[in-house]
Design a protein around this ligand. Structure first.
Ligand code: ANZ
Ligand code: ZN
Length: 800
């Protein structure tokens, strides 16, 4: 018996697929298309992680299956290669980030190819390629021209270790997401993108796509749309506006709070209170937003000595300063309603402020009033109305009296789009003494990064590009005079915000992609990626797609029809795999020892696709043994013309289950079904009990999971073509169990009898049984049978 030699087999078939462009998607095709997308990797110096392999393989199995179902499948890959880790690595090792990127890409590519993934390599893209980022810059210019890109001085999160400005979403628990250093605040002019202008559509259009529920919920919460009202209170003759989601509780507002950063704080504080207020503000500055707003944290505050006038009832209520009110949300001022808001309640108790219930039945537990509407009380013209009605009535009253209006607020902030680093797309803007801020001429794109020796970040917070005089000094595209380039670069989210468009036409130098090709391929049918990208990449890319749709560049308003997410693979010890724990698994070693098919099949078998699961060497060995068993089965294989029912049923069950399971991403149970099939096939003595045709089916349903081995067996069985040119097999309903079936017997097309038999019985035997049937004998007697029509498991018809 020939041993399963994965090394020879796998290298051979990988070469065959490459030489034959086996998985190239066709731009023009009669077939229906399927666009299958997996988040493209950041080619880090550490190489491919076994965690990457899980989604790549899953979508590969699915793509191979779809091709065999007759679809024209686009399954592309590329490199999201700008970013800090490469820049830091390059600085440390004194090599150019471009060179480091090239090395990393080569290594990643080699690794992906050694897995036998069926990517269309002719469409490989790289975000750091000037022919690619030309179009990233072009999109920026369109955003700029549509007033969706603007510059603003603002306090940004600053990581003192990475020396980089971070977006809010890159700060986790007050620490830099990458290096975990505590961040500080800095004032800087930044480029901003107005994603907030798309907030409503980014929520509302979720109804038109098929994303996992938890993905939709996370996006909705992240955007954080709150509907309510803005209400003006009068303080010392000045109107100060608050934002509230509960205008119906206005009569219950017993004090007023300004955020410590509010511009009116100094002006309205009485001289007696000045000292206390200033001391308080100093303390507040040390805390992060999270610390300030956490429910569990003890509330603190200080009285300003001044009073505000409640517009509904004219009550004069004390104005406090408290850091649980943030300047970055709403208006930075609130009307406090301690009877119905948990934080206000805690604060009022601590400082002995009045608590006045205005919603019946909800006095005790304040914040429940938000979700459980009640009935208004102690509220004058609102009394007796439900919360919903009272909100509406109060909003109308405010508008009539010109002391407020309906308002919507979002947690989502505009996207900080500047980075002060070298390894990113230059922002295509110049500054001219005469013309001011001028967008680059589209003809001049790409604005390439200069090739320099020194790209270390500066302590001043300026981009290293600022020091490169040759590059910075340029001419103004408007007047031709002397001008200076913008030295900030784009964040690493830029290139991934439109990359799936480029795959449809990766080499186009006239447009980001050809409209006809985009029309054929878009939108993406299935997009898989990590849950950690739900609120950043997924929102950013939906925003860009919508913008490009609005200006007529792309054909669909949503980029992805369906979004799913894979679970992580942990180390055998249950912890995250990490170099520092010494518990990582190197996929190269696994492929060397066990083979790519074993690794692929193991990662699909490890558990439900969305579950986080620890690695198991034992599990891997088990899968390898299974593939060896498969290999053995086909060696010296000889078909039988006498199929045995139990084997036939096992086969049909497997064909059904493997197909259905792959189609719905239940790879683990698809593999179980194959294991069950082979147990059945190998039970009994050493004879083979299936026909050639049925045996082919076994290999075909194995092929998406273990493509190299399947190709090899296919060849052994005497076939010339690649197995991937085969159609996915059908199964026979009647052969899904050994239960008897009723076979129809006809004579000259007329029903004469039925026959209860086991499924899977072939013509010869059925003919014999039919001819012995009494009801049939009468009709056949002394007639000559000219022809017999037989349909397996269905009927036999004697033409006489
Ligand atoms: C009165 C009130 C009564 C409130 C009540 C709530 C419940 P969301 O849902 O997150 O939008 N608020 C407004 N601006 C704030 C700020 N800058 N910092 C801290 N809190 C702020 O929350 C909106 C509610 O949070 C607003 O409605 C306001 O308190 C508070 F029974 O006004 B509410
Ligand atoms: Zn100019």
């Amino acid at each position: 018996m020939e041993k399963y030699n994965h090394k020879a087999i796998e290298a051979n078939w990988q070469k065959y697929w490459e030489d034959n462009n086996s998985f190239q998607a066709e731009d023009e095709s009669e077939k229906e298309k399927r666009y299958i997308l997996v988040e493209f990797p950041y080619p880090s110096g550490t190489g491919l992680h076994v965690g990457h392999i899980r989604p790549y393989t899953a979508l590969d199995v699915y793509s191979r299956y779809l091709r065999m179902q007759g679809y024209n499948v686009l399954y592309p890959i590329g490199w999201d290669a700008f970013g800090l880790p490469t820049e830091n690595y390059a600085i440390k090792n004194k090599i150019h980030p471009r060179v480091a990127t090239e090395e990393n890409v080569n290594n990643f590519k080699k690794q992906l190819q050694s897995l036998g993934l069926s990517y269309d390599w002719s469409r490989e893209i790289n975000t750091t390629d000037p022919n690619y980022y030309k179009w990233t810059q072009w999109i920026f210019l369109q955003l700029y021209k549509h007033n969706l890109a603007y510059k603003k001085k603002m306090p940004i999160n600053w990581c003192p270790s990475c020396k980089i400005g971070l977006a809010n979403e890159e700060v986790v628990d007050g620490k830099c997401e990458r290096c975990k250093t505590e961040t500080t605040k800095r004032e800087k002019e930044q480029w901003m993108l107005k994603i907030t202008q798309y907030a409503d559509r980014l929520i509302d259009d979720l109804e038109t796509v098929d994303y996992l529920d938890r993905i939709k919920t996370q996006q909705i919460n992240w955007i954080g749309r709150s509907e309510g009202a803005e209400i003006d209170f009068e303080i010392n003759g000045k109107n100060v506006t608050v934002f509230t989601t509960r205008p119906d509780t206005l009569f219950g507002s017993t004090y007023f709070v300004l955020s410590p950063e509010h511009e009116l704080v100094n002006e309205i504080t009485t001289s007696e209170q000045k000292k206390a207020v200033q001391a308080y503000i100093k303390e507040a500055r040390k805390k992060s937003d999270l610390e300030r707003t956490e429910l569990q944290k003890e509330k603190t505050g200080v009285f300003t000595g001044t009073y505000a006038k409640n517009p509904a009832n004219g009550a004069m209520i004390p104005v406090w300063i408290a850091d649980y009110v943030l300047m970055s949300y709403g208006t930075g001022a609130i009307m406090a309603v301690p009877a119905h808001d948990a934080r206000d309640f805690e604060f009022a108790q601590k400082y002995n402020l009045e608590i006045k219930p205005v919603v019946k039945g909800k006095e005790e537990i304040a914040d429940q009033a938000m979700t459980e509407p009640g009935v208004a009380v102690n509220s004058d013209f609102l009394d007796g109305l439900t919360t919903v009605e009272a909100k509406e009535k109060m909003s109308q009253w405010l508008e009539k009296n010109k002391t407020g209006k309906k308002a919507v607020n979002y947690k989502l902030r505009d996207w900080i789009f500047s980075r002060q680093h070298y390894w990113g797309e230059p922002i295509p803007i110049v500054y001219c003494d005469k013309c001011g801020e001028v967008p680059e001429d589209e003809k001049n794109l790409p604005i390439e990064l200069p090739d320099v020796e020194n790209y270390e970040p500066t302590d001043t917070g300026e981009s290293p590009l600022a020091k490169i005089e040759d590059w910075v000094n340029t001419t103004c595209p408007k007047c031709g005079g002397a001008a200076r380039r913008e030295t900030d670069t784009m964040p690493n989210w830029a290139g991934s915000s439109w990359y799936w468009l480029r795959y449809t036409d990766p080499n186009n130098d006239q447009a980001l992609a050809d409209p006809v090709k985009m029309k054929y391929w878009l939108s993406v049918d299935l997009y898989n990626g990590g849950m950690e990208h739900t609120t950043l990449h997924l929102l950013y890319s939906r925003f860009w797609n919508k913008f490009l749709y609005d200006i007529g560049v792309v054909p669909t308003s949503e980029p992805y029809k369906k979004r799913i997410s894979h679970g992580m693979i942990l180390a055998e010890d249950g912890r995250k795999m990490s170099k520092s724990f010494g518990n990582t698994i190197n996929p190269d070693d696994v492929i060397e020892k066990f083979g790519a098919d074993s690794l692929r099949t193991y990662e699909m078998f490890i558990g439900p696709f969305a579950d986080t699961i620890p690695w198991s060497e034992q599990g891997l060995v088990g899968v390898r043994k299974f593939l060896e068993k498969v290999n053995d089965y086909f060696f010296n294989y000889e078909a039988s013309d006498k199929p045995e029912l139990s084997k036939l049923v096992a086969l049909n069950q497997a064909v059904k289950k493997v197909g259905e399971d792959i189609a719905s991403f239940r790879f683990n149970t698809a593999i179980s079904a194959l294991m069950i099939l082979f147990n059945e096939l190998k039970s009994g003595d050493d004879n083979y009990y299936l026909t050639t045709e049925d045996t082919d089916k076994i290999v075909i349903i194995l092929a998406p999971l273990a493509p190299h081995l399947a190709e090899e067996i296919w060849k052994q069985l005497g076939h010339k073509d690649s197995i991937f040119s085969q159609n996915w097999p059908n199964y026979d309903e009647k052969l899904l169990s050994q239960q008897k079936i009723n076979l129809v017997i006809q004579v000259n097309g007329k029903l004469r009898a039925t026959l209860e038999i086991e499924p899977g019985i072939f013509q010869e035997e059925v003919e014999k049984l039919a001819k012995d049937n009494e009801d049939v004998i009468r009709w056949l007697e002394d007639k000559e049978i000219k022809k017999v029509i037989f349909v397996l498991n269905k009927l036999i018809n004697f033409v006489v």
